[in-house]
Design a protein around this ligand. Sequence first.
Ligand SMILES: NC(=O)c1ccc[n+]([C@@H]2O[C@H](COP(=O)([O-])OP(=O)(O)OC[C@H]3O[C@@H](n4cnc5c(N)ncnc54)[C@H](O)[C@@H]3O)[C@@H](O)[C@H]2O)c1
Length: 458
Amino acid sequence: MFKKTILCIGAGYVGGPTMAVIAKHCPEYKVVVVDINPRRIAQWQSDNLPIYEPGLDEVVYIARDRNLFFSTDVDSHIASSDIIFVSVNTPTKTFGQGAGRAADLQHWEKTARQILRNSSSGKIVVEKSTLPVRTAAAMERILNSNDKGIHFEVLSNPEFLAEGSAIKDLEQPDRILIGARNTESGKKALEEIIEIYAHWTPKEKIITSNVWSSELSKLVANAFLAQRVSSINTISALCEKTNADIEEVSRAIGMDSRIGPKFLKAGVGFGGSCFKKDILNLAYIAESYGLTEVSRYWEQVVEINSYQQERFVRIIVTSMFNTVAEKKIALFGFAFKADTGDTRESPAISIAKSLMNERAILSIYDPKASEGIAFELADYAGRFTVEEDPYSAAQGAHAIIVATDWTEFGSYDYQSIYETMEKPAFIFDGRNILDHHKLFKIGFSVHRIGRPPMSRLG
Ligand SMILES: NC(=O)c1ccc[n+]([C@@H]2O[C@H](COP(=O)([O-])OP(=O)(O)OC[C@H]3O[C@@H](n4cnc5c(N)ncnc54)[C@H](O)[C@@H]3O)[C@@H](O)[C@H]2O)c1
């Protein structure tokens, strides 16, 4: 017999890992994760989990079928739950008012109505999805305008995990943020959520706030992180003009304790499902309150990100004698960063498309993201292949492009790779992760971000 039942609606990159960690640490709670996607649920129930995340398998195997369950039966699990985390996707709107900027809340609103329809007792509803500030007010209105005489308490508990380190981030979070109403029922609900996290998180790391600060903090955290990436990438462009070295500049400024070393790695820019959508959403919200300058300020972070990718492609084409038409080019990495198979908004997508628009033929290798490649590049079928290993990807290619910071890319036998490539052979390291001097010695022309090229061609 379980003490309480926790339900999570949405079994994605956030819902799955978060609930697995909660279930692992709270064996007295029954934790159910539901999703409308039957394939995803079947994968969560199998040995082949739907997402790659270091350490995830172990956590799921500890708790699954003990107190962690996956199901497609959303309605009946809503009815029998006490606490509902909502972790559905909230992508950028692609239609109507706010298209391309505002958050698309259709999944979220459907969920709210579904919760209401299937509840006969009051529940705590926790926003886990990233949402525009003041969404909880709308959710409360939908849920509490019922004639069943039941009360829903809506809390905000944004998720700060990063893909690729999700389990570590969940096990040892920098902080847990919970926003609640300052009412009797709000305070009671807050205590219940604190109690869950206190099973493994030190009390001083669990911080509370009002609901609006909590909702806004998530958007702002992502905006600040993305801003650091765009800031350092603007400086990488300046380094390339001045022969300053971006790695040296990053190191020098990162040792200033007021700045700190993280997120100062120059590269082809940020990706992932969150940064772009959350900044655009923040900018849209600011504009809707008449704060045009604030909105423009944050939009620049996204613009610089696109600029960095365009700049990288320009360097590739220019260096390869101004044409890549019908040349085979190997793309190493397609995931938006290392240690994930997630390709959403990956910089590799725009780089690949731009090169194929220039008529290049791509052979793409990624250790974990093969499935996403065909999906993201569906319109370019016939102009690229997905390779099983890096050596066949590079065979006969004129160039290798590194688009993801997978550690394994540094460990290949580049001497053998070089021998199988067309000459002159180029490497464009969009993540500055390879041993450039070694590659240059082998015979490659090496192009880096924010550092002078090591060219054999004068
Ligand atoms: N991915 C991240 O790193 C990350 C980190 C922090 C916060 N977030 C936020 O968390 C939220 C979820 O992100 P994600 O990456 O897990 O998304 P996701 O797309 O991987 O997962 C969302 C899941 O919700 C399901 N879903 C949608 N509508 C549903 C409904 N009505 N009933 C049941 N299931 C439904 C979808 O089928 C999908 O499997 C987003 O708001 C995102 O911004 C994501």
